[in-house]
Design a protein around this ligand. Structure first.
Ligand code: FES
Length: 123
């Protein structure tokens, strides 16, 4: 078995969630869902929205390059930056990652989890 890597999710509310992952297995959306990080997924992870938008702060170069479909979807996202990726399209490889969840993605997550809205910090 390959060595586990560390994925750290940070959301706009300042919550940090750290988890171990097997390289080359699950994508960032699946990893976030498994560890309870608040990463939205309006289309269910099929590259048909931009609600799983993240900024990869560390380890960006270790990810596979974006395919055209991901680029097209990200074009429709809010506050897109050079470190932007779609979580459902990124499978961690051989490096630890530090992943910031976008505001857009966090809002989608709350829309998908109305029972958790009381946790939402008003800005
Ligand atoms: S969840 Fe829709 S593009 Fe990733």
């Amino acid at each position: 078995m390959s060595q586990l890597i560390k994925i750290t999710f940070i959301d706009p509310e300042g919550t940090s969630t750290e988890v171990q992952a097997e390289p080359g297995k699950d994508n960032l959306l699946e990893i976030a869902e498994a560890c309870g990080a608040k990463l939205g997924s309006a289309c269910g992870g099929v590259c048909a929205c931009s609600s799983c938008h993240v900024y990869v702060r560390e380890g960006l170069d270790s990810l596979d390059e974006m395919e055209e479909a991901e680029e097209d979807r990200l074009d429709m996202g809010f506050d897109v930056r050079p470190s932007s990726r779609l979580g459902c399209q990124c499978v961690p490889r051989d490096a630890d990652l530090r992943v910031e969840i976008s505001e857009e993605s966090l809002q989608t997550w709350y829309n998908e989890h109305p029972d958790r809205r009381d946790e939402q910090k008003k800005g």
